[in-house]
Design a protein around this ligand. Structure first.
Ligand code: ZN
Length: 622
């Protein structure tokens, strides 16, 4: 007898069973300390990809070398049928294989949030995966290491006298904290998108790195549906109450003896205080001002979204009666809260495309938030943008070079001078590349080849070098460079300095009206290396982000020019003011640094150490 997989010859022969697009994995919602509360372990779904033990995938590779004990732990095989059948290992502090799974799950979620908001797939330099070391060293710290393109998580013994809900002296693993993982992962992605944001050229740059990383961590909490519903039920919908939902790294804060979570999304002191933006310099604390502003905008738009539900539930009064909320109402409010949080998070990430390549300020970020959102959802996003502008204003944050805080004066300006469209050859190459990416992504399990060279890397090479070689693959780069030079005046680039391309890519998004929006984003930068000594080891840098439509016509030029002979008088004033700010900022740091008078070498090292996240995080012993 013949065996056939088809029941009868009239039926089509069965196709291969497609692997599922998503992979369920279990994790702690926050961390093991809060894991003892209800709803605080959960199952997340991440994109399914073939994984080797580690887990080791296309973009993330977990390597479990314990630097404290100098040994390797057995890597988890998430494709093992025994693991697959239970939807990932159960959360536990005692099995390193669960630690590896949790690091992978949270890091994957962060990547997905960026992929979704940016309309393209984030890859790391060289197409190589980011390395995650869950037990890298002993110590209450975790940091992103830009040189090694790795994140190193530490572990430590909880404080013996004031450990919070931890046991005195118990081991606390930063790799089991959702917030620590998401925060460090965001550092790595921000560094990928804007490498020069590690250079503290003004007081907002490092604070932006920190604040933005906290924003991503905290807004991911709102995808924990069980926790969200529980919080809404217990706070009667007041998401501004001090709950784990709005706190960052609770176990870490308590275990280090601080008696509270590491940071929170709420304003220090409960109310916005514009003086803080003038006076606070420490990057994490200054970052918290940005977090509070964004969270405030979220809370306003959440309230607008649930106003009708409250009216329906209260017969029009909007005032909730005493007692427990109806579970149906809790569910509906939770759905609105989750949608509002995702919308704000998308807005915050999408703004990246509209940021200058160098020297970011909070004011730039506000302009980028408004322009990016306006560009995609001009009408429907109005309330959300207004909430954002108002939240920034209340905290004393405004761009320096705008006449008012009206939406249309915050939008980045259209190019003042006529620009040639981007060369067809470059546009074609970029779009072709993106279609290839789409093709390879289908049906969800075919991954990028290892070491694939991305468009960005190709473009990142110094054009000077490219122009000197005959390699046909560099034709596009040459054309691009020539375009930048021909249009240097409109781009604010100094023709006497080397022009480096920081990146060039396309983004694909679907606007609410169903239209596909395709944009090309390019970044150029320039450095005045002779200024290094003057600025404590960091050169004065200029840079320009160009946003073009799919036909190559330039829509926005977001420039931070270096002083040069081609600038208009207004641009020249702007450039000089920027360098004056950088000089002033250096002085402020120097006043803080008691070791400074001990010589030039120390001077340089002190300045450069601000770029080191390990050192930066160690300055916050709480
Ligand atoms: Zn950080």
């Amino acid at each position: 007898m013949q065996v056939s997989t088809a029941p009868a010859s009239s039926l089509p022969s069965p196709n291969r069973i497609e692997p599922p697009v998503r992979r369920p994995l279990k994790m702690y919602a926050f961390d093991p300390m809060l894991g003892r509360a209800p709803f605080s372990t959960l199952t997340v779904e991440v994109a399914n990809e073939p994984l080797r033990p580690g887990p080791s995938g296309a973009r993330l590779r977990v390597v479990d070398y314990d630097g404290g004990s100098q040994c390797f732990y057995e890597p988890v095989d998430l494709d093992d049928p025994a693991v697959l059948m239970q939807g990932g290992l159960e959360p536990t502090e005692s099995d390193p294989r669960f630690h590896q799974q949790m690091v992978y799950a949270v890091a994957s979620k962060v990547l997905e949030n960026f992929d979704r908001a940016l309309g393209r797939r984030i890859t790391f330099a060289g197409g190589r995966p980011l390395i995650l070391f869950p037990h890298a060293f002993r110590g209450p710290n975790a940091f992103y290491d830009p040189e090694a393109r790795a994140i190193r998580f530490g572990y430590f013994a909880a404080d013996r006298s004031s450990p919070g809900a931890n046991l005195p002296g118990q081991n606390v693993f930063t790799c089991l904290s959702h917030d620590v993982i998401a925060h460090e992962m965001t550092h790595a992605i921000v560094d990928r998108l804007r490498h020069h944001f590690l250079e503290p050229s003004n007081r907002d740059v490092l604070a932006f790195h920190e604040g933005f990383s906290d924003i991503v961590s905290i807004f991911q909490h709102f995808t924990f549906r069980g926790v969200l519903r529980d919080t809404i039920a217990t706070t009667r919908g007041d998401l501004r109450s001090q709950t784990p939902l709005v706190e960052l790294a609770s176990q870490f804060g308590h275990a280090t003896g601080a008696g509270k979570a590491l940071r929170s999304a709420l304003d220090e002191g409960g109310e916005p205080d514009p003086r803080l933006y003038e006076t606070v310099l420490e990057p994490h604390e200054r970052g918290s001002i940005l977090v509070a502003a964004v969270f405030d905008a979220f809370f306003t738009s959440y309230q607008v979204r649930i106003a009708d539900l409250l009216r329906i539930a209260t017969g029009g009064t909007g005032t909730l009666p005493e007692g427990d909320l109806h579970p149906d109402l809790v569910n509906r409010i939770a759905a609105e809260a989750a949608a509002a949080a995702q919308s704000i998070l998308n807005m915050c990430i999408r703004a990246f495309e509209y940021l200058p390549p160098v020297d970011i300020t909070y004011g730039d970020y506000l302009r980028a938030l408004v322009t990016a959102d306006y560009d995609l959802v001009a009408d429907s996003g109005l309330a959300q943008r207004r909430a954002m502008i108002e939240a920034f204003r209340l905290r004393g944050i405004y761009p320096k070079d705008v006449v008012s805080l009206a939406e249309d004066s915050l939008l980045w300006p259209r190019p003042e001078q006529p620009l040639e469209p981007l060369p067809e050859r470059v546009v074609g190459a970029i779009l072709h590349r993106q279609t290839q990416t789409f093709r390879r992504r289908h049906p969800g399990l075919e991954t990028f080849g290892e070491g694939e060279e991305t468009v960005r890397q190709e473009a990142s090479r110094k054009f000077e070098a490219a122009a000197s070689e005959d390699d046909p693959r560099r034709e596009g780069a040459k054309a691009f460079h020539a375009w930048a030079l021909r249009n240097h005046v409109a781009l604010g680039l100094d023709p006497d300095e080397t022009v480096a391309a920081e990146g060039f890519h396309s983004t694909f998004r679907v606007a609410p009206d169903g239209q596909l929006q395709v944009e090309l984003v390019a970044q150029f930068s320039q450095a005045d290396d002779t200024s290094k000594d003057e600025f404590g080891g960091i050169p004065a840098r200029g840079g320009t982000t160009v946003i073009a439509a799919a036909d190559g016509s330039v829509r926005f030029v977001i420039a931070k020019p270096l002083p040069s002979r081609v600038l208009s008088s207004e641009q020249a004033r702007f450039a000089a003011a920027r360098l004056a700010d950088q000089r002033e900022y250096l002085d402020v740091w120097d006043r803080d640094d008691a070791f400074l008078p001990w010589g030039d070498e120390r001077y340089e090292r002190t300045r450069m150490s601000r770029r080191d996240f390990r050192a930066l995080h160690m300055t916050i012993p709480r």
